[in-house]
Design a binder for this molecule. Structure first.
Ligand code: FAD
Length: 310
């Protein structure tokens, strides 16, 4: 059995693996796709000490760092079930989709999250060519340009406020008949001079020249009229979904499906820790996920030295 088994190989899982391996204990990482969301990222400019890199390069660097240690990397492996230890200090089991069962004295869950897509024509085509999901990551790429934010919940309205300070103009589109964000955010948004808000707006298509996004089409659901907005960027903000469906009924999840963790990365189950985008930790970013993974590994090590093996 492992002493630390990490499920998920994004920045959180990779950092956890390095930190755990440096304690000289048996560490394994099972990941569906090593590197995680970073693989889908073009430019990364906010990982401190790395002025600029790209996603695939960063993912390879994560893997190289983990491989520098004696860690079992099980790539292309999907975990399907977590089985808590039968008694305190006992072995926790993780069942994989291929039928294998991995056993470990402690487990770190770092399965990350995925952005919800709007699924309209043009979205996939112009991803990273004008279509973005993360204002903290990609906002500065649209400096001085026109953008739209799709989604009028807290994340959409926060994104619009954030972007309004960087870009020339923001159009916010909400499908429902009113914004669903906190009143203080809505008031702030409405006070900004370079923001237009459209409710009852159903985005139907993202348009462009085949290489780059150039606009967005929406239907005004109140009147049935069609509109086209010319712009250079669209931020889709209709939800970040944690990859925790497989954990329902085992560790405690928030109402958004995030694994609830304390400041040591502990979950509701003894010996089970969690880190990164899959958890309640606020602000989903690479540097935060990596720090969080390090924290969960140290939390797990602390658990191991204090808990006699059953
Ligand atoms: P993830 O990166 O999501 O990794 C999750 C890991 O778990 C993966 O290995 C996945 O395959 C695996 N996994 C999931 N489910 C299972 C399962 N059941 N069994 C086994 N393995 C599983 N952040 C920045 O700081 N700067 C940026 O510039 C930036 N740009 C971004 C651009 C895009 C397009 C996207 C999508 C995100 C961007 N982010 C950026 C956010 C950043 O990528 C995430 O915050 C970060 O990757 C989270 O790390 P994580 O390890 O928690 O999860």
């Amino acid at each position: 059995p492992y002493e630390v088994l990490i499920v998920g190989g994004g920045p959180a899982g990779a950092a956890a693996a390095v930190y755990a391996a440096r304690k000289g204990i048996r560490v394994g990482v099972a990941a569906e796709r090593f590197g995680g969301q970073v693989n889908d990222t073009l430019a990364i400019e906010n990982y401190i000490s790395v002025l600029e890199t790209d996603g695939p390069k960063f993912a390879m660097a994560l893997e190289a760092h983990v491989k520098a240690y004696d860690v079992d990397i099980m790539n292309l492996q999907r975990a399907e079930k977590l089985i808590p230890a039968a008694q305190p200090g006992g072995l926790i089991e993780v069942q994989l989709a291929n039928g294998a069962v991995l056993k470990s004295r402690s487990v770190i869950l770092s399965t990350g999250a995925r952005w919800r897509n709007i699924n309209v024509p043009g979205e996939a085509e112009y991803k990273n060519k004008g279509v973005a999901y993360c204002p903290h990551c990609d906002g500065p790429l649209f400096k001085g340009k026109r953008v739209a934010v799709i989604g009028g919940g807290n994340s959409g309205v926060e994104a619009a406020i954030d972007l309004a300070g960087i870009v020339s103009h923001v159009t916010l589109l909400e499908f429902g008949d009113q914004l669903r964000a906190d009143a203080v955010l809505v008031d702030k948004l409405k006070s900004l001079p370079n923001v237009a808000i459209h409710t009852q707006a159903q985005t139907t298509e993202l348009t462009g020249d085949g290489n780059k996004l150039g606009g967005l089409r929406y239907t005004d659901r109140a009147t049935g009229t069609e509109h086209h907005v010319e712009l250079e960027g669209v931020f889709v903000q209709i939800g970040l979904v944690p990859n925790t469906e497989w954990l329902k009924g085992t560790v405690e999840l928030s109402k958004f499906g995030e694994i609830i963790v304390d400041h040591h990365g502990r979950t509701s189950l003894p010996g089970v820790f969690a880190a990164g985008d899959a958890t309640t930790v606020p602000f989903k970013q690479i540097v935060i996920a990596a720090g969080d993974g390090a924290k969960a590994a140290l939390g797990a090590f602390d658990y191991l030295i204090r808990t006699p093996a059953a």
